[in-house]
Design a binder for this molecule. Structure first.
Ligand code: E4P
Length: 221
């Protein structure tokens, strides 16, 4: 499973890349707005920081607007993936953009039916929002499982990108369900790395190590 960071914060992305934790990035208009910076500058910086795919969303709602914005966004860098919302007009735009060789991520997907249509339209990635479904008492992860099965049934090449991930259990369940990609906010990424027993175990090892007469380097203690 590939791991993307769901953020437009260049510092957080840089840190995750330096530690080899992520394979790509997803952004959305809210995440870009949170950074309070110029859209193009932020996107260019992110695309330079990570070599993997960087999803960047169109904001137009008509087919024409989505096509025009999508083509412009795709020019920003080779690793850009154009994010298009799951609308009827959006699917038309997905078909057109993918025919031009532009990779598209269909976003705001909340059902297996939507995901099937997005894959048929030519999406490279399809993003079901797990956490937002959970918020409405639907089990978001069930939708991921259904989509993975449907894509397998018909050998559809679209990749299931589990989005709106709120905690480490979502991450593990997405992997068990066979999602191709999971995108996680920086806070969840940090939670994934940590385990209290790792910290306690290390402290104990290092305390015991003090009893060894000669360490790895240097003279005897
Ligand atoms: C996906 O690409 C979206 O940016 C994201 O996962 C939305 O998550 P949220 O529901 O936490 O805003």
């Amino acid at each position: 499973m590939q791991v993307f960071m769901d953020s437009a914060n260049v510092k957080a992305i840089e840190d995750a890349v330096e530690h080899g934790l992520i394979d790509g990035v997803t952004t959305n208009p809210s995440l870009i707005a949170k950074e309070g910076a110029n859209f193009r500058e932020v996107v260019e910086q992110i695309c330079r920081t990570v070599s993997g795919p960087v999803s960047v969303e169109v904001v137009g709602k008509t087919y024409e607007e989505m096509i025009t914005e999508g083509r412009e966004i795709a020019k920003i860098a080779d690793n850009v993936v154009v994010k298009v919302p799951m609308l009827k007009e959006g699917l038309r735009a997905v078909r057109e953009l993918s025919r031009d060789g532009i990779r598209v991520n269909v976003t705001l997907v909340f059902s297996a039916a939507q995901a099937l249509l997005a894959a048929k339209a030519g999406a490279t990635y399809v993003s079901p929002f797990v956490g937002r479904l959970d918020d409405y008492a639907h089990v978001g992860m069930d939708v991921i499982r259904d989509i993975v099965k449907i894509y397998k049934n018909y050998a559809l090449p679209a990749q299931v990108l589990a989005a709106s991930v709120r905690h480490p259990v979502h991450f593990v369940e997405a992997a068990l369900a066979g999602a191709h990609v999971v995108t996680v906010p920086p806070s969840v990424l940090h939670q994934l790395v940590k385990h209290p027993l790792t910290d306690v175990g290390l402290e104990r090892f290092l305390a015991d190590w003090q009893k060894v007469p000669q360490g790895i380097f240097g003279p005897p203690r």
